[in-house]
Design a protein around this ligand. Structure first.
Ligand code: GLA
Length: 368
């Protein structure tokens, strides 16, 4: 008997870099996924992927972090699970993926959540979704080196087909929003600029936000627990103390939170054009104030502006590469993609990877 897990990627409609600041996000699960097949083994464990990575080990051997980045996903999950059961069972795991990695659609969290879910089942460890979310975040913080929030893991575990999750990352309260774009589609354009978030400025943004929070609390004599709680007046009062860069970072977070709330309202009332405008505004904030975009992403977002049938476009995910998310009339997709691919290649000498995103349910498990 095998345990089969299908762990999806995530798309985020709006609300970027707000999750680790206790803010709002609006993500969904993608119909592209990582599939994992687990089976018990007696003496040794094997992991094989269709990307050519493989690994042989024994679960009872204590492992430190590996120099091989990829192996840390596996070792991290095993080490974290040992706090629930010291003697884990050896296993084989075959991993197949239709999720491009480094594209900002969270292949990393899909892999970690899938490994935790499958190995917990195999070892009869009872973990609810919120435990899996926390464990997955610990693995990414400690073993992968990315100090991310919980948007991706929460979505992968809880998403529903054709729904977005309006999630308050401060208390994990959520509401499902039905998504019906009618004659419009979500189109992802993967720049093929591979971000390795852990090695980029992502963690620096996390610490800039922590620092900003301290400056505002100290200066205004407040006790805010995250940046999303900060009142405009306190941000303005602290402007000089923060300095120009940190002021822009905090302004972006406060505005992006407002955009998420407005987006929910627009989407619930089928105001797609208005939602699209917020996507463009979000991109400008990410580019100019939060500074997590790159030339390729900016070029693609700007390029969409000459098409009437595209309502909105912005970079998606952590940034520094990865993909844009576009709200585009279905009848325009083919022609637009063809032109964009040509223009993008002639400008950057890189292939553009288009993905029409359909919204699927969260992680699935079955016995086969
Ligand atoms: C990455 C992180 C998420 C989130 C996004 C940006 O995907 O894993 O937690 O911070 O970037 O919104």
């Amino acid at each position: 008997m095998k345990i089969y897990i299908k762990s999806p990627g995530r798309v985020n409609l709006i609300g970027e870099h707000t999750d680790y600041n206790g803010g709002f996000v609006l993500p969904c699960a993608l119909d592209l996924s990582i599939e994992l097949y687990f089976e018990k083994k007696l003496n040794e464990s094997h992991v094989n992927t269709d990307l050519g990575y493989s690994m042989n080990f024994n679960v009872s051997t204590p492992y430190q972090k590996s120099n091989n980045h990829w192996e840390n996903y596996i070792l991290g999950v095993i080490n974290e699970l040992k706090q629930f059961k010291t003697e884990l069972i050896n296993f084989s795991c075959i991993i197949k993926s239709s999720l491009p990695s480094g594209a900002g659609i969270s292949s990393s969290s899909a892999l970690v959540c899938g490994l935790i879910k499958g190995l917990a089942e195999l070892n009869a460890i009872n973990l609810n979704n919120s435990k899996i979310i926390n464990l997955s975040r610990n693995v990414e913080h400690k073993y992968i080196g990315l100090l991310g929030g919980i948007m991706d893991q929460f979505t992968i575990l809880n998403a529903r087909k054709n729904m977005a999750i309006f999630l308050d990352c401060k208390n994990l309260k959520s509401k499902f929003i039905k998504i019906n774009f009618k004659e419009f589609k979500l189109l992802l354009l993967d720049t093929n600029v591979k971000h390795n978030l852990a090695n980029t400025e992502y963690n620096k943004r996390v610490s800039e936000c922590k620092k900003s929070l301290k400056v505002i609390n100290d200066f205004c004599n407040k006790n805010y627990s995250n940046l999303s709680e900060v009142k405009d007046i306190d941000l303005r009062l602290s402007k000089n103390e923060l300095g120009e860069t940190l002021y822009r970072r905090v302004s972006y977070i406060l505005k992006e939170n407002q955009r998420v709330v407005k987006s929910v309202n627009f989407l619930e009332n089928n105001k797609l054009k208005e939602f699209g405008q917020l996507m463009y505004q979000s991109h400008l904030g990410l580019k100019n104030d939060y500074e997590v975009s790159c030339d390729e992403l900016d070029y693609l977002v700007e390029y969409t502006m000459k098409f009437d049938g595209i309502y909105g476009s912005r970079m998606m995910g952590g940034g520094f590469g990865g993909c844009t998310i576009n709200l585009i009339e279905e009848s325009l997709v083919e022609k637009f993609v063809e032109e964009a691919e040509k223009e993008y290649f002639s400008k950057f000498k890189r292939k553009l990877n288009p993905i029409v995103a359909n919204l699927d349910q969260g992680i699935q498990m079955s016995l086969i």
